[in-house]
Structures are given as structure tokens and as C-alpha cells.
Design a binder for this molecule. Sequence first.
Ligand code: ZN
Ligand code: FE
Length: 236
Amino acid sequence: MDAVITLRAFGDNFIYLVRYEPGQAIAVDPGEASGVLCALKEHDLTLTTILVTHHHYDHSAGISDLKKKTGCKVIGPDKRIPGVDQIVEGGQTITVDGLKIEVIPTPGHTQTSVCFLVCPFGDNPHGLLFTGDTMFIGGCGRVFETDMQTMYDSLRTLASLADDTLVYPGHDYTEENYRFALTMEPDNEAVKAQLARIQRNPTPPSTIAQEKATNIFIRANDAQVFAQLRRKKDVF
Ligand code: ZN
Ligand code: FE
């Protein structure tokens, strides 16, 4: 049984359900409620908790409905998140019914953006990393509320996690990211192979090892190189 159920919203957003024993689930970045409610019913799960990586509408618009219908608790890094019950800060470790979750500080896309690392549990040996709009498969989010150095440092923080950590991003921009990457690193065989693979099977997760091989934003040698790439991608 997969620990993570992947749902889609608004075309390219991902919403995730992490299921843990017995029959409980955590939702990550629910931009919309109806798909989540359907999945909870279909898999016979009770929603206990919502984790929100940042305050943007497409990651939080489902919260009020889900809260009303399930009474779940909402955890996130910013008081701009509608319905947030517990404000967390990067560097904190929280527990949800015994499940250990590290809050990783990743400012850049927004001032308070975080990623959530759900530590291995049950028969799932890998950390599960929810990256919101900080890191995508083969890409990264736009830098709205900080400088480029801050975003670059956040991506390097993610690159330092265990190679086998499973990566679940907030959007599906994978194909576009790999096409852009090949204009910058035309000889990167790992990117070529991934592009071919995702054209057949476009769903997450990625891994930290895969991102280190194919994500040119993480591969950038310093913040200057990163900033150039980010500006080029903004108009790609
Ligand atoms: Zn966003
Ligand atoms: Fe978003």
C-alpha cells in the first residue's frame, strides 16, 4: 500500500494524502476540497491534519471546507494561511499521532515557505518530502518574497537531505522544466532519460538523488548562476 495518494487540482497543482495507521490521513496543500473528500471516502480515511507549505490560494483554498467537514487541525508557517490552527517555524519537529515531521525552512518563493519531511514510519523506509512551490521535479518556484541568494540556499538545504528521500512537489511543471534544462545542459543524459520517462508516466515522486542529477537550479554552483537560470526560466 502506497503511503501517499496523489490528487490533482486546477490542472497542474498536486494535493497529497499521507495515510498512516489506522485509517488516518494528513492532507498536504489542499487547494481544493472536493477531490480530497472523494479520496477520503474512497479509501475509508479520516482526515486528522492539514499541512500547508505556504499561504498561496492554490495551496490553501480547500482548507475551510475540509475543516468544516472533518474538524481536522491545520498546521502551517504563516498567519496568512486561512484557518491555520498552529503556526510552525523552520527547524521545528512536530508529531502527528506519533508520526514525526520535520519542518524545513525554505524561504524564497514566499518569506515563510517551508517544506515538510515526514520521517520513515510503518513499512515505509523513506522520508517523504513535500516541497510546495520551493522545488518542483526538475525545477523550482518563482522567487517572490526574498532575494535569489535566499532561494538558492533553501534549495541547497533540500539537496543535503538523504538521497533516497521521496520528493512530492506542489505543481506538475516537470516536462517544461526538463525542456528548459536541456537548453542549458544539452548533454545531460540523466535529464534526457527523465524527459523520456515522464512523457510515459508523469506522476511524482522524485527523489533527492534524481533532483541532484537533473534539477539545474539545485545543480547551480552559486547564487549568481542560480539567479541567471531563474530569470531565464521566468521568460521561457
Ligand atoms: Zn505558491
Ligand atoms: Fe502554487
